[in-house]
Each structure stands twice: as C-alpha cells, then as structure tokens.
Design a protein around this ligand. Structure first.
Ligand code: NDP
Length: 324
C-alpha cells in the first residue's frame, strides 16, 4: 500500500484526493518504481476536468515521473533493481510507488538529477518533436510560439535559439516576457496588452511566420492563422484556454493555403525506438548545456491541488515538479 492522488469524479482541484492504494507486484513486462519526483503537466488539468476522458474512475492521474526500480516482472531484461528511470505519457504518475510497462522507461543519465528528469521528459520531448519533426525548423525559420514562459515554452525558447531559428514568443505578463527573453526568445509579445497578430506582422516586415505552435486553443483561434505566411503550418497542440471550435476547412484555403496539424507526444513516442531517440536527443541537449531547466515551482505531492490552481491561474512559469 502507498499514497497516491486520485480523482473519483471529474471536477476542480478539490477533486484531487490523497488516498492510500494497493500497488502490488509487477506482472510480466512491468516494473515497480518508487518515485522521487513527478512532473506536473497541463494534460493533468484536462484529465482532472474531464476535457480528456479517462477509461476508468477512480483513477490516479499524472503522466510523468522519475524514480528508482524496486521490482521487476518476468521478461524484463534491460533494467535492474536500483536503476534510476523516468517516463512520460503513462497515466498513474501522482503516486509514491507505481507499476509501469518497463518498455516505457528510460534510464536517466548520471549527469541529470531526478527532479530535472521529471521536469523535462514530457515537456522536453514535446519541444523536440514539435521543432524537429512536426515542422522541422532551421536557422531560416521564423516561428511563433504561444505561452513562451510556460513549462513547454521555456524549453522551446532555448531549443529554437540553439537551432538559430527566429522565435517570436507570446506571454501573459511583463515578468514572463523578461523570462522568455532570458531563455533565448528573440522577440516577445505580451498578448494581454498588445495585439499579437499586428505585432507579428511588424516583426516579420509583413511576411508572417513559417509556423505557429499554438497550445492556447480557443482564445488564439483563428488569430494564430493570421500570423502565418502563405502555405505556413499551424500546429495546434493544446487547449489551455479551451478547445479550438469546429471550423470549416475552407478557412485554411482563405488564409493562404495553410497546413494544419494536431499532434500528440504519444504518437511521436509510441514505438520504443522513437521514445529512446527522442529522450536521448533531449538528454544530449541538457548535457551540453544548450537546454537548462528552470524548475520554477515544486510542491509536495499531497498539495497538488494548489499546484493545479496556480497553473490554471497562469501564476506559474517553467516546469512544475511534485515531490512525493
Ligand atoms: P504551461 O506552463 O505552458 O501553462 C499554460 C500557460 O498557458 C499559462 O501559463 C499561460 O501562460 C497560458 N494560457 C493562456 N491562456 C490560458 C488560460 N485561459 N488558462 C490557463 N493558461 C493559459 O503548461 P505546460 O507547459 O504544461 O503545457 C503547455 C501547453 O502545451 C498546454 O496547452 C498543453 O496541453 C500542451 N502540451 C501538448 C502536448 C502535445 O503533445 N500535444 C504535450 C505537452 C504539452 P501566459 O500567462 O503566458 O499566457
């Protein structure tokens, strides 16, 4: 038995319940890990509210963590007890101990501590696939990235800078603007006080961007489309303000023969080989100092309700880690 945070029904932060649950022994292909740090991500809010429906309730939410292997089921050959491991995208993270399919675990290099690992796996691999695969950015790329001072955003600032790309970031306050700049974002727009479409047009000399990475959803639609060059790509990868409403595909034609995609980290890391190469590239970026992870907020796991309140109130910057 061990402590975990479950939801018994969808709802506000008060739905997060500090429970004692049975953990059990790992079955074939599984590992049991004792977690040392747990990553908090916006998808946890979607799971809590029911925007993304879960298969069963009650459920332990949380999609990311780091810890130590405590026990292994039959058929797991590439891990041993005591290994430091991390994962992203496997439900059940808000727990002191958990079972997990061993093929979803990645060994943490010695150069990276557990708190850092728990804060980069999901957000860092997301930035990697967005900038390297969904729209492969180069030094010639001009990209707009919303919420540039958030968990995903601050990593994007640094990764885009390392690629030599020109990143325009939007943020909700002047303090966040400063932070995004310090992390390498070339141009920053405070979209609470400035018209971001107009500012993007000014910054790009009227041309627009090659790609817009939009995790805000409802509030930035369809304005994000107006920030693109003809044949540009709109990458809609989140719903912090609510989902994008259904729209007529003709809109993409009218706005300049645009491309649109709605990607998910789960697809980009579904095969083990992709998971390992994605994580490996991320760890390399951290090891060589190109990406420095500012874990701006830590909370005790049992105080996760407050962490959700702060995240939804846009009070946080950078990654958030829960300590069991
Ligand atoms: P963040 O730390 O970026 O927090 C969300 C930020 O969104 C806020 O800080 C705020 O920044 C901005 N925001 C704008 N409007 C709202 C609103 N109405 N309510 C709340 N926040 C708002 O979170 P994460 O780094 O965890 O995730 C960022 C986004 O990326 C999320 O939408 C998430 O779902 C998405 N994501 C998608 C993945 C995928 O594979 N598809 C994987 C990982 C994350 P500001 O005040 O500056 O506007």
């Amino acid at each position: 038995m061990a402590h975990a945070v479950r939801i018994h029904d969808y709802g506000g932060p008060e739905a997060l319940s500090w429970d004692v649950v049975e953990v059990g022994d790992p079955g074939p292909g599984e590992a049991r890990i004792r977690q040392t740090a747990i990553g908090l991500n916006y998808i946890d809010v979607y799971h809590r509210t029911g925007l993304y429906k879960l298969a069963d309730l009650p459920a332990i939410i949380g999609m990311e963590g780091a810890g130590v292997v405590e026990a292994l089921g039959d058929g797991v050959s590439d891990l041993k007890i005591g290994d430091r491991v991390a994962y992203a995208g496997v439900l059940g993270g808000y727990a002191v101990e958990r079972l997990i399919p061993a093929d979803r675990l990645v060994k943490i290099p010695n150069t990276i501590d557990d708190t850092t690992a728990a804060s980069i796996m999901l957000q860092g691999m997301t930035v990697r696939y967005l900038l390297r695969e969904t729209y492969p950015c180069t030094a010639e790329t001009v990209l707009l990235f919303h919420a540039a001072a958030g968990g995903v955003g601050l990593i994007a600032c640094q990764w885009a800078k390392a690629m030599g790309a020109t990143m325009i970031g939007t943020v909700g306050s002047d303090e966040k603007a400063q932070l995004a700049k310090e992390n390498g974002c070339r141009h920053v727009i405070n979209y609470q006080t400035e018209e971001f479409v107009e500012r993007v047009r000014q910054i790009t000399g009227g041309e627009g961007c090659n790609v817009v990475y939009d995790s805000i959803g409802k509030d930035t639609f369809p304005a994000s489309l107006d920030c693109l060059k003809p044949k540009g790509m709109w990458v809609s990868f989140g719903n912090a303000s609510g989902p994008v409403p259904p729209f007529d595909m003709d809109l993409l034609s009218l706005k300049g023969s645009l491309f649109a995609t709605r990607p998910s980290l789960m697809t980009y890391t579904a095969r083990r080989a992709d998971l390992l190469s994605n994580a490996g590239e991320l760890f390399d970026m951290v090891a060589k100092g190109a990406i420095k992870i500012p874990v701006s907020c830590t909370y005790a796991l049992k105080d996760v309700g407050q962490a959700h309140r702060d995240l939804e109130a846009r009070k946080t910057t950078g990654s958030i880690v829960l300590l069991p």
